[in-house]
Design a binder for this molecule. Structure first.
Ligand code: FE2
Length: 282
């Protein structure tokens, strides 16, 4: 085994070198990858040339691969649902989107925080890139938790936050007017204990966190704004500049991610898998 783990940012993210994901990895290598993942929150494999089957095998190093869920009441992203793969793309063929989350900026979020059992990990593989933009920014939610001022942390400890998503990309849902019967949502601990590492992490994001339990609307909005600012502090954000053949894997329980803008008239194609999770605990 010759893998090398090279940190990419002081707060989170490491490149794993010396792994060709076209080949099955031995047990010791898989353990080293998992350890690097638990420690660094984000891991990146550069220069990969992998098929769907090889990406599936890589995903299984991190857990059980999740299948896509069909839209709720017709509200959901496009693409094929009879597969674990989601194409994150702006490509349209015969007038129909071949995938999801088409174009432009996307605000910080956890993937599937609005499920009862948020997914553990996401694997995103770059296949077609635009000439500029489309960077993915990742923020360390362990660090965000540690950076919350004591009085605010004490005020929010033990409370839940409503996570909801209607597949918009840069707009907060108004919880006062939203029809929750049509939108996927779940109440989650606002501070979680990460099931694998035992560390506390902030579990909220600008795109998906709508309301804190037990606070007035105004108090909840003020607290969430503070949390969003803390969680998006540049000192805890790693910005990934994509190259073709990058496979990026993020720990979706202790990180949030956002996408920067890119040209609408150029194709972008990423192949995504997620790994099943479990209920979040305080
Ligand atoms: Fe996402």
């Amino acid at each position: 085994m010759t893998i090398e783990v090279v940190p990419m940012h002081p707060s989170l993210g490491a490149e794993i070198r010396g792994v060709d994901l076209r080949q099955p990895q031995d047990e010791a290598t898989v353990k080293a990858i998992r350890d690097a993942f638990d420690k660094n929150v984000i891991v990146v494999f550069r220069g990969q040339d992998i098929s769907e089957a090889e990406q599936l095998r890589a995903a299984e190093y991190f857990g059980k691969v999740a299948y896509r869920r069909r839209p709720l009441n017709g509200v959901g992203p496009g693409g094929d649902y009879d597969t674990p793969f989601m194409m994150v793309t702006n490509i349209i063929r015969d007038g129909k989107a071949i995938g999801a989350f088409g174009d432009g900026e996307m605000w910080f979020h956890h993937d599937t925080s609005y499920y009862a059992e948020p997914h553990r990990a996401t694997l995103l593989y770059s296949m077609v890139l635009t000439s500029w933009g489309g960077e993915t920014c990742f923020s360390n939610m362990y660090a965000a938790y540690d950076n919350i001022p004591r009085p605010l942390r004490d005020k929010l400890e033990g409370r839940r936050v409503l996570q909801m998503h209607d597949y918009k990309r840069r707009e907060r849902l108004n919880v006062e007017t939203a029809d929750l019967s049509r939108i996927r949502h779940n109440w989650q601990p606002i501070f979680i204990t990460h099931p694998a590492t035992g560390k506390k992490a902030l579990f909220s994001s600008r795109l998906m966190s709508a309301r804190i339990e037990g606070l007035s609307h105004e108090e909840s909005e003020a607290a969430l704004e503070q949390l969003f600012d803390i969680s998006e502090d540049p000192s805890i954000v790693y910005e990934h500049q994509w190259k073709l053949g990058d496979l990026v894997v993020w720990d979706n329980w202790c990180s949030i991610h956002a996408r920067k803008d890119f040209p609408r008239d150029e194709d972008r194609l990423m192949r995504r898998l997620t790994v099943e999770g479990q209920a979040m605990q305080f």
